[in-house]
Ligand binder design. Structure first.
Ligand code: AMP
Length: 418
């Protein structure tokens, strides 16, 4: 038997149905906020991510699925969405469109990480990107949007962590101070040993608990903010308070990508264990220019769908599908059932039947195992009387319904039950 690749999961029913509900809810919130969907390729040129994420990040240094295609070009399965949203934005001339450009994107991402609970090599994200304004009000809009989605899908115990990463101006002094701190201590892991020389900020997202311990007492960017960045951060916090969004300031939060500036945030959820971040995001004011575009600011977030599904309340047990199963007895009834099947489907009901002329008993047992809500029984008697016996499988209640009104009657009863 050939097995799936490590870290890549099959998503099957009924989980796919719960995923679909979550995506529908997210789409509805995006619609209310005026965000529109982008669907982009899974493969991009490797240099897009190398430049757009930063060569020293874990993602680019060791987690990308990169290969050479038949033409000899280096291509990479997207590990995140922001760089490619910016690429599509620039390539399609969207920078010239009016106002703040608001987009969302839902789909799989690929990172060659060590698989564990909550961490996969193919995982899925719901992404949001808003390009074209540096106003702190936009930061707050994006955070409110995120919180709205998470609440809408039923996430209860969430915690919003907030930080400001300043701008390149404030980062100069901070990096110098941080470097002194890092070189003052020994015992860093080989990665951090290298990072402290080339990109000190990245030490903060080291996954080793030893390095995290060594970082205690490290300088915090928040103490180095220039007046503009400090004002921006203060306004974000003030507005979050006004909209009654609780947050915790987290000075160590730097996020795993090089291009973040100013507001950075993460949402964690209780009950997820070590990988407790459900969503993360922040401002990336330097990225669009870095990728060859105009000097436009941007902000966004990504929700990890696997982790979100993990913390959502489980679906109620023994929920029947909104499915009608047609059982028949004899050749004439089979033909009538086939016609009914078409009618039910045309009326928008989900309907199934078995074609293999099994006994009524085994057809009803199949209906039950398929978790159908109702079984409709069509036999000689029913044909003569123009009515069918309907059995509601959750409680075995039975009733007779006229064949001519079957679809309408079933639809109204299913609605009442659902
Ligand atoms: P990032 O793009 O690293 O900021 O990640 C955003 C969100 O995606 C995280 O908060 C996680 O919920 C999710 N995520 C990131 N990497 C993985 C992974 N390897 N497996 C599952 N979810 C992930």
């Amino acid at each position: 038997m050939i097995r799936a690749i490590r870290g890549m999961r099959d998503l099957l029913p009924p989980d796919t149905e719960r995923w679909h509900q979550v995506e529908l809810a997210a789409r509805e919130v995006f619609r209310r906020y005026g965000y529109r969907e982008m669907r982009l390729p899974l493969l991009e040129r490797t240099e897009l991510f190398a430049r757009g994420i930063g060569a020293e990040t874990d993602i680019v240094a060791k987690e990308m699925y990169t290969f050479t295609d038949r033409h000899g070009d280096s291509v990479t399965l997207r590990p995140e969405a922001t760089a490619q949203v910016v690429r599509a934005f620039l390539e399609n001339g969207l920078a010239r469109t009016a106002g703040v450009k608001r987009y969302f994107l839902i789909g799989p991402m690929f990172r060659y990480e060590r698989p564990q609970k909550g961490r996969y090599r193919q995982f899925h994200q719901i992404n949001c990107e808003a390009l074209g304004s540096d106003a702190p009000e936009l930061d707050v809009e994006v955070i409110l949007l995120l919180v709205d989605i998470l609440r809408e899908v039923g996430l209860k115990d969430l915690r919003l962590l907030l930080n400001s990463l300043g701008c390149p101006v404030c980062q100069v002094d901070f990096r110098a101070e941080l470097k002194l701190f890092l070189f003052d201590r020994e015992g860093w892991c080989p990665d951090c040993e290298r990072r402290r020389g080339v990109n000190a900020l990245r030490v903060f997202d080291c996954k080793s608990s030893h390095c995290q311990k060594l970082l205690e007492g490290a300088p915090a960017l928040i103490d180095f903010l220039c007046p503009d960045c400090a004002r921006h951060y203060a306004r974000v916090k003030e507005l979050l308070g006004r909209f009654r969004v609780d947050f915790t300031e987290q000075p160590r939060l730097v996020r795993g990508l090089d291009y973040y500036t100013r507001t950075a945030f993460e949402v964690t959820a209780l009950g997820l264990g070590a990988q407790d971040a459900v969503a993360g995001g922040g401002r990336y004011n330097g990225l669009i220019r870095e990728l060859g575009g105009p000097d436009l600011p941007g902000i966004g977030f990504a929700i990890g769908q696997e982790r979100l599904m993990e913390v959502l309340p489980a679906a109620a047990a023994d929920v029947r599908r909104e499915l009608v199963f047609l059982a028949y007895l004899g050749a004439a009834a089979k033909d009538r059932a086939l016609a009914l099947l078409g009618e039910l489907r045309a009326q928008g009901l989900a309907a199934l039947m078995d074609f293999d002329d099994r006994s009524l008993k085994s057809q009803l047992s199949l209906a039950d195992r398929l978790e159908a809500a109702a079984a409709v029984i069509v036999g000689e008697n029913e044909l003569q009387e123009g009515a069918a016996q309907v059995k509601w499988l959750a409680d075995s209640r039975q009733e007779r319904l006229p064949l001519g009104e079957l679809a309408g009657c079933l639809a109204s009863r299913l609605k009442a039950h659902g």
